[in-house]
Design a protein around this ligand. Sequence first.
Ligand code: GDP
Ligand code: MG
Length: 164
Amino acid sequence: GLPVVAIVGKPNVGKSTLFNRMVSERLAIVEDKPGATRDRLYSKAQWLNHNFYVVDTGGMVFEDEDTLAGEVTKQAQIAVDECDVIVYVVDGRMGVTDEDQYIASVLRKVKKPIVLAVNKIEDYKRQQSDIYEFYSLGFGALTPISAANGLGIGELFDEIVNNF
Ligand code: GDP
Ligand code: MG
């Protein structure tokens, strides 16, 4: 089948905004459990000659300081388990948080290609220091984007399809 790209990160970093920008049309909400409040949302995407699926998730949510827990997180973990490439979205305006670091350590254990997207970067010059902070997450490369206005989305797509 087509490659699957999962969008993960903590809540409110812009995952759904990015998903909506990446996809052509929504396909289906996948529910593993009736009544689940936030499920995985799949859609088809295309970049150059590559066709693939993108999965939006409700995010990875913390129960306490160092425990990822709950139904929303479970959905994100299922998406991570079944995907080919992970897009890890962080909030470039907020800077690196303990949650970002913990999620990074969880994702590294999956041993799949991870593309780090530093979102909410509408102004490279003004935001530059925020961008470099995210190298500390240890992924080697990062792509500054604005899911809201489309800046950097082409570069992000390039990074993704390079990992197929
Ligand atoms: P999610 O919880 O990770 O899915 O995040 P959402 O996509 O729902 O976005 C959370 C908030 O961040 C919303 O208020 C968005 O409008 C805002 N947001 C998303 N992308 C951007 C961006 O590129 N720039 C800015 N400034 N805000 C954004
Ligand atoms: Mg969302």
